[in-house]
Design a protein around this ligand. Structure first.
Ligand code: PLP
Length: 478
């Protein structure tokens, strides 16, 4: 037979273009500081520059890279810029990017152990490594009753935790029968919105997610939680789940996990601990106390894709009792049956999350941990915290500004004393300048600026310059 016609990229072409892409990425990272951090494009501008119709004939690869440079780059907000201080970080690193590239290169879909044993076993192994690295309880180890799994995001992990809590509280009947409107879950007013979303998706209903009041430091009041549980029980409702946060999104508050855990034990409620960004800090012995009380949790998660140099997406989620999670999420159609599964000797991660298919995400996490070593990770995380603490000191000493919340780690919530309008203007002017990017929240009803230090390459000079720019803008407005 004559060779079939092919439009595919040959291995030699792939090698050449691949080198060009890696060069492009390396160059991009070395010129990051020359771009405005927040994209300055207006809505629709990027689409307007793109051809209306797809190409009928394939184009040379060089043309693709040229368009990335000319059409796409102006529409990119540079999350990897060392001057990115907005939201929570979503940092990346060389080893993380290369691990992700290898994952694409292998093109593995690891829904079952048997569809790629290394995808499952490396993941189990790396998540076991992280348990002592973060000072998490041994019950989360796969060699114990628990185990860890990589999810796409903290939102998905929270949903899985809530589903497992729902099932455990109904003796695994709500998957069969649906919810009867009596199940109740608890979080604080400062908990990430993904928990409310999880209550919507899990069929509890948003009205059945109780948002418990917080104290002056924005941490959940355990006595208010206990009171609300009693009220709900007396009303004939069925409390099933509590989420405690280690580092809230708005202000980096720490819920008292141990006290909340004791209440959960008393009422047999599933306790999920969300440490999306701040969990990474526990790599450093001096911050490991943030995990006090996690020994009482049924599940826990943090995002290496936020602060641990592992490019998006990578969420690590552990449960103390893997059977509860698997019983909640397992469904086995005939076409997925296989000997390894039936032997009971393997983990099939499809039973540990919502979707069936899964990428080989543990490669990038493995690369990051091996490249930096525990020592390297600790070094950079501690440095970020030091830089944020230094910034907080400058705020304290400037009479025009004040701190709006405690600064336990790498997030500084602060404001100009002149009121909301001035803070809004300062933020808009800074972000429009492209020199740095920061975002806001509201604390006690007042607009508050947030500066979070967590970008891979942020150094003292970037934080110094950010403070200088903030003061300049404040001076202009005087
Ligand atoms: C405390 C907390 N939980 C959950 C999330 C949601 O993260 P993800 O985008 O991984 O769903 C965030 C995001 O910032 C967060 O700060």
């Amino acid at each position: 037979m004559p060779d079939e016609k092919s439009f595919h990229m040959t291995p030699e072409e792939f090698r050449r273009h691949g080198h060009a892409v890696v060069d492009w990425i390396a160059d991009y990272h070395s010129r990051l500081e020359s771009f405005p951090v927040l994209s300055q494009m207006k809505p629709g501008e990027i689409r307007a520059a793109l051809p209306a119709d797809p190409p009928a004939k394939g184009e040379p690869f060089d043309a693709l890279l040229k368009d990335v440079e000319e059409l796409i780059l102006p529409g990119v907000t540079h999350w990897q810029s060392p001057n990115f201080f907005a939201y929570f970080p979503c940092n990346a690193s060389g080893p993380g990017i290369l691990g992700d590239l290898l994952s694409s290169g292998l093109g593995v879909q690891g829904m079952l152990w048997s569809t790629s044993p290394a995808c499952t076993e490396l993941e189990t192994h790396v998540l076991d490594w992280l348990v002592p690295m973060l000072g998490l309880p041994e019950k989360f180890l796969s060699s114990n009753t628990g185990g860890g799994v990589i999810q796409d995001t903290a939102s998905s992990a929270a949903l899985c935790a809530l589903l497992a809590g729902r099932e455990r509280a109904t003796n695994y009947t709500s998957n069969q029968k649906g919810c009867d409107g009596r199940l109740v879950a608890y979080a604080s007013t400062q908990t990430h919105s993904s928990l409310e979303k999880a209550a919507m998706i899990a069929g509890l209903g948003r009205a059945n997610m109780r948002l418990i009041e917080v104290d002056e430091n924005f941490a959940m009041r355990p006595e208010a939680l206990a009171r609300q549980i009693e009220v709900d029980k007396l009303a004939g409702l069925v409390p099933c789940f509590v989420c405690a946060t280690v580092g809230t999104t708005s202000s980096n508050a720490f819920d008292p996990v141990a006290e909340i855990g004791r209440i959960c034990r008393q009422h047999n409620l599933w306790l999920h601990v969300d440490a999306a960004m701040s969990g990474t800090a526990a790599l450093c012995p001096e911050f490991r106390h943030i995990h006090d009380g996690v020994e009482l949790a049924d599940s826990y998660n943090f995002n290496p894709h936020k602060w641990m140099f592992t490019n998006f997406d990578c969420n690590c989620f552990w449960v103390a009792d893997r059977k509860a999670l698997i019983q909640t999420l397992s469904i086995l159609p005939e076409y997925l049956r296989n000997q390894a599964t039936e032997s009971g000797a393997v983990i099939d991660y499809r039973d540990w999350h919502i979707q069936l298919g899964r990428r080989f995400r543990s490669l990038k996490l493995w690369f990051v941990i091996r490249h930096y070593g525990v020592e390297g990770l600790q070094h950079h995380i501690c440095r970020h915290v030091q830089l944020a603490q230094q910034f907080a000191d400058w705020v304290r000493k400037d009479e025009r500004f004040e701190l709006a919340a405690p600064v336990p780690l790498n997030l500084v919530c602060f404001r100009h004393k002149g009121g909301d309008a001035i803070n809004q203007t300062i933020m808009e002017r800074l972000n429009r300048s492209g020199d740095l990017y920061l975002t806001h929240t509201k604390l006690n009803g007042r607009l508050t600026l947030r500066l979070c230090v967590g970008q891979t390459n942020t150094q003292a000079r970037h934080v110094e310059r950010a403070w200088e720019r903030i003061r300049e803008e404040a001076a202009v407005l005087k």
